[in-house]
Design a protein around this ligand. Structure first.
Ligand SMILES: Nc1ncnc2c1ncn2[C@@H]1O[C@H](COP(=O)(O)OP(=O)(O)OP(=O)(O)O)[C@@H](O)[C@H]1O
Ligand SMILES: [Mg+2]
Length: 467
């Protein structure tokens, strides 16, 4: 059965079993303690009574027991049966209420009494009800001269105990039944969110990542589980969307050059053309092909980075000389574009990193600066070591078109380009900064951008300093 396998059932079962053990132990303890104290009470009373009679009766024969009781208690011995016997066990006198009840005196009791012992016994009188009997020897000059027997019916005690037993036999199972019902209800209530989580997980499993668990109590265990679960699904959903968008963007990026290529080739094949015409078409084809190879190269780098397949070959290096190299390499390009290019370096800039990837990082940032700056503008590369904070910073600033506030967060996203038309003209694929970000993160650094539209941008890379 399904129910027997549920946690709520097992919880309730444990709870009821433990409660059952506690209640039973308590009941047994209660019953026996009460029984003991009731019997002791009876024993004490009859013993006292017997001792009084023993002290007052001079001889077993002719002793007026009723009178002794009246003298002592002011009433006749109600509900107690007293008899006095001689040393051989022969009855000498008794309280008048005894009538046809005969308190038995067996041989072993008589023997024990003759040795001076007081004996308590429970006997059946007339086969009906129990009588608690004390047998007390009367000792004179170290020998027994008579015996006093006092009996008290146990009806009251037995009835009380019987009633208690009955009560416990009803109350304990009833309490257990109530506890198990309440326990099942509470366990059910407490574990209901688990069912909700299971259902949502099932729906998510079938592909609907937008599902979330509604949480009422955030602070208990299940609330925390649910919110952790929700966070996990949100992350999954986001990365799922990212992958989808990435695939769509990648296909789109590759489709444009392919369409152009195809158009040009088809046009070229339509009729016979002059050699010059073919050269022009082929040159244009080459441009699209190199664009596609660049995209594919970049995509390959990023996907290998995603899979953790790229290993950085780290070594100690002076960052400023790396930046200077890039500056020197790009100076001619800058001159062609009539952009002034500056290089500033300051102090210690030693870091540990992969020179090839770091070069690509600086190159990407500087190329962007040159790409998005108009003739007459300026691109500056600055390297500064900060011993206090134990970091080295590379600042790539330009006086170019700038990036709008809303786009600043997104420039590191894959395929993001603020102005698609313009960057296509300049050959941009929108992957450069994504690669930069990955390189920086792989070096335990940070990258940030500050920019104002129409005034320029500054990209700051912060890397840990190595002395
Ligand atoms: N220095 C800059 N000034 C203004 N806009 C910039 C600058 N650097 C980046 N951007 C914006 O951020 C976008 C993303 O830059 P990213 O380098 O990732 O791609 P890209 O330069 O377009 O292509 P590529 O993959 O060839 O580098 C650019 O398209 C551009 O709109
Ligand atoms: Mg770029």
């Amino acid at each position: 059965m399904y129910l027997f396998k549920t946690i709520k059932f097992k919880l309730t079962l444990w709870y009821v079993v433990i409660l059952g053990i506690i209640l039973c132990s308590f009941s047994i303890f209660l019953y026996f303690t009460l029984a003991d104290s009731l019997y002791k009470g009876v024993d004490n009373r009859i013993k006292t009574m017997g001792e009084i009679v023993a002290a007052s009766a001079r001889s077993p024969f002719g002793a007026d027991i009723d009178q002794i009781m009246i003298d002592r208690y002011g009433v006749r011995p109600l509900g107690r049966y007293i008899q006095i016997l001689d040393e051989s066990g022969k009855i000498g006198g008794s309280s008048t209420n005894i009538r046809d009840i005969k308190i038995p005196l067996n041989l072993s009791t008589l023997k024990a009494a003759s040795k001076g012992k007081t004996i308590f016994e429970t006997v059946k009188v007339l086969g009906r009800y129990s009588l608690r009997v004390v047998t007390i020897p009367i000792i004179e000059n170290e020998s027994m001269t008579g015996i006093i027997q006092v009996g008290s019916p146990l009806e009251g005690v037995e009835e009380a105990l019987h009633q208690l037993l009955l009560l416990l036999l009803i109350a304990v199972p009833a309490a257990l039944l109530a506890a198990s019902t309440a326990g099942l209800f509470l366990a059910n209530k407490a574990l209901r969110p688990v069912d909700a989580i299971t259902q949502i997980a099932r729906r998510i499993g079938s592909g609907d990542l937008s599902q979330r668990i509604r949480i009422k109590r955030v602070n208990d265990e299940l609330g925390r589980l649910a919110s952790t679960f929700n966070e996990m699904i949100a992350k999954l959903e986001e990365s799922f969307h990212r992958v989808k968008r990435f695939t769509a963007d990648a296909s789109h990026e590759l489709k444009t050059p392919l369409t152009i290529l195809r158009g040009e080739v088809e046009l070229g094949l339509k009729k016979k053309r002059a050699l010059k015409e073919y050269q022009r078409i082929l040159a244009s084809n080459l441009e699209e092909i190199s664009r596609m190879s660049r995209i594919v190269d970049n995509l390959l780098t990023l996907s290998r980075a995603d899979m953790g397949q790229v290993t950085m070959k780290r070594k100690k290096l002076e960052l400023s000389s790396l930046v200077r190299d890039v500056w020197e390499d790009l100076r001619i390009l800058a001159e062609e574009k009539k952009i002034q290019m500056k290089f500033l370096d300051d102090g210690v800039t030693q870091i540990e990193g992969d020179p090839l990837f770091l070069r690509q990082l600086i190159l990407n940032l500087t190329e962007n600066g040159l790409k998005y700056t108009l003739p007459g503008g300026e691109v500056s590369l600055k390297v500064e070591g900060d011993r206090d904070q134990k970091v080295v910073r590379i600042l790539v600033s330009d006086t170019g078109v700038g990036i709008a506030q809303k786009d600043q967060k997104r420039v590191f996203d894959r395929f993001f380009r603020a102005d698609k038309a313009r960057s296509r003209e300049t050959g941009g694929t929108g992957l450069g900064l994504s690669i930069c970000q990955w390189i920086v993160q792989a070096h335990e650094g940070q990258i940030a951008v500050q920019s104002k539209v129409g005034q320029g941008s500054t990209f700051t890379v912060t890397l840990p300093l190595k002395d």
